[in-house]
Design a protein around this ligand. Structure first.
Ligand code: GLC
Length: 485
């Protein structure tokens, strides 16, 4: 049949010309739901500052603001050999770090995949044995002739731990989907040290470090302008240096060797910001994620923005649209119904699809979910991924802006790491735009006074620098923890 009338305009990348009206309306609704405008970002940031301050007070608040017992700035001169481990979501990373001074270092590392049952095992010994065996293998490969002394270990354990000293850490609660019985409320350091002893591994925990503290210290080792260590990854959190005398909850607990005008690294654990749900624009999808999580009511901020949850928000929206008969009519949705079926890299691939007709999205949906999509559905899918990714990046920087306000930082580097920061398309630009909106800079990104920069390796180099700083303090007879109760 000959097509009469005006020629249909070619569909442009991202164009919505072919999207039926009901889907267009749905996209508009999603845009309204997921967009966080500048005034809202500012309001969230202001509340965030109040909460950071509360966390440092004697009474405390929702944000733990944990003193990390790193009370010195590294200056790049630190030296020594250390082993560092990082218990991440999927891998255990083991690193041998040689600090060479002058801001230089060498690292060699191995990764050990954490068997997935361990994330939720009933027997926490499984976890410690796994780490001890991995460390034993690493030790044997690295030092085939053994060593005369025990090697000091910097243990990066990226969960909220109360620390009364640099080498203790009582797990407050698991985050990021970990749920191992018998660890919450206990000091994790003796647990690991015992397993190392049982497996005859001549390694001993010397410092327990959060990944954000490690990121802060590692970045500061090479960059004197680094004032914050941030993780935008499976979880979301930040660390900075606070003045000791601005931490009321430490009053009366400090040894006289601690300089009250000196710095103290604080692991904020700000993933728990707004657990009381006062300012964050939660959607019904965020509420479902929280309700079905192992720790409902915890980590409200993190659950809206971190990599662990992005795919889940996306999945829940699509299921909802399907229930309203707006997408995927007549398709088998069994795969999409599986909780946590999609991770952040799924959304990243959608956002990165270079094709006019969203070919990659089409393949992704058929391959991973067994769903064939129509062109308008793919446009909606792409827009939804953009909205979720944009919301995450903009909300994420409320933590950064709040830290800057709290510590009165006007010009600095905010050193960031994590899979979302490093790999999620456009995250960095969107985050920078979010900061610009909060501070009304109206400047091109390269002129931003507070710049998000790629961090140095926190859990390797950072852990080693913390260990070196700690060794220096101990040698000088200075405290590395609070007074005994
Ligand atoms: C979670 C953890 C926190 C960590 C962050 C980034 O928020 O509770 O300790 O820093 O994830 O990994």
């Amino acid at each position: 049949m000959v097509h009469l009338g005006p020629k249909k305009p070619p569909s442009r990348k991202g164009s919505m010309v072919d999207v039926p009206k009901n889907l267009m309306q749905e996209i508009a609704k999603l845009e309204a739901l997921f967009t966080v405008d500048a005034p809202k970002l500012k309001a969230i940031t202001d509340h965030f500052v109040t909460e950071l301050t509360k966390g440092l007070s004697k009474k405390g608040g929702n944000i733990p603001m944990i003193p990390a017992w790193v009370m010195d700035y590294p200056d790049g001169s630190e030296t020594g050999d250390y082993i560092a481990i990082d218990l991440g979501g999927t891998n255990l990373r083991v690193v041998l770090v040689s600090l060479l001074g002058d801001g230089k270092f060498d690292v060699s590392q191995s990764k050990y995949r954490i068997p997935s049952y361990i994330r939720t095992t009933k027997n926490h010994q499984d976890l410690w044995d796994f780490i001890a065996v991995s460390l034993s293998n690493f030790y044997k490969e690295t030092f085939p002739d053994g060593t005369t002394e025990k090697i000091p270990l910097g243990f990066t354990f990226s969960y909220p731990c109360s620390q009364t000293s640099i080498d203790t850490g009582v797990l407050q609660r698991w985050t990021k989907g970990f749920d191992i019985d018998g660890v919450e409320g206990h000091d994790v350091v003796p647990m690991l040290n015992n397993a190392l002893k049982q497996h005859d591994v001549p390694i001993e925990v010397f410092a327990l470090i959060n990944d954000t503290t490690g990121t802060l210290v590692a970045s500061r080792y090479t960059d004197p302008q680094a004032e914050m260590g941030l993780i935008f990854g499976t979880g979301c959190n930040g660390a900075y240096y606070e003045k000791v005398n601005a931490i009321p909850k430490l009053e009366g607990k400090l040894d006289p060797t601690v300089d009250l005008n000196g710095p103290m690294a604080i692991n904020c654990e700000y993933g728990s910001f707004d657990n009381e749900h006062l300012v964050l624009p939660r959607t019904k999808y965020d509420i479902i994620i929280d309700r079905d999580s192992p720790r409902p009511g915890q980590q409200a901020f993190e659950k809206m923005i971190s990599g662990y949850y992005l795919g889940e928000v996306f999945r829940l929206v699509l299921l909802d649209l399907h229930a309203q008969r707006l997408v995927f009519e007549g398709q088998d949705l069994r795969d999409l119904q599986e909780a946590f079926k999609l991770d952040a890299s799924f959304l990243a691939t959608i956002e990165e699809d270079p094709f006019e007709n969203l070919n990659d999205v089409e393949d992704l949906f058929t391959d991973v979910l067994g769903i064939s999509t129509t062109d308008p559905e793919r446009r909606l899918i792409r827009r939804l991924a953009e909205l979720i990714g944009t919301r995450a990046s903009r909300l994420s920087v409320c933590g950064v802006a709040a830290l800057a306000k709290k510590a009165n930082l006007k010009v600095c580097h905010a050193a960031a790491d994590g899979s979302v920061f490093n790999k999620y398309p456009n995250f960095q630009e969107r985050a920078a735009q979010g900061l610009d909106d909060i501070f009304d800079w109206n400047l091109p990104i390269d002129q931003h006074p507070i710049k998000l920069v790629a961090a140095e390796d926190g859990s390797g180099v950072g852990a080693a620098v913390v260990a070196a700083l700690t060794a220096k303090r101990i040698a000088a007879g200075k405290a590395v923890g609070q007074l005994e109760a």
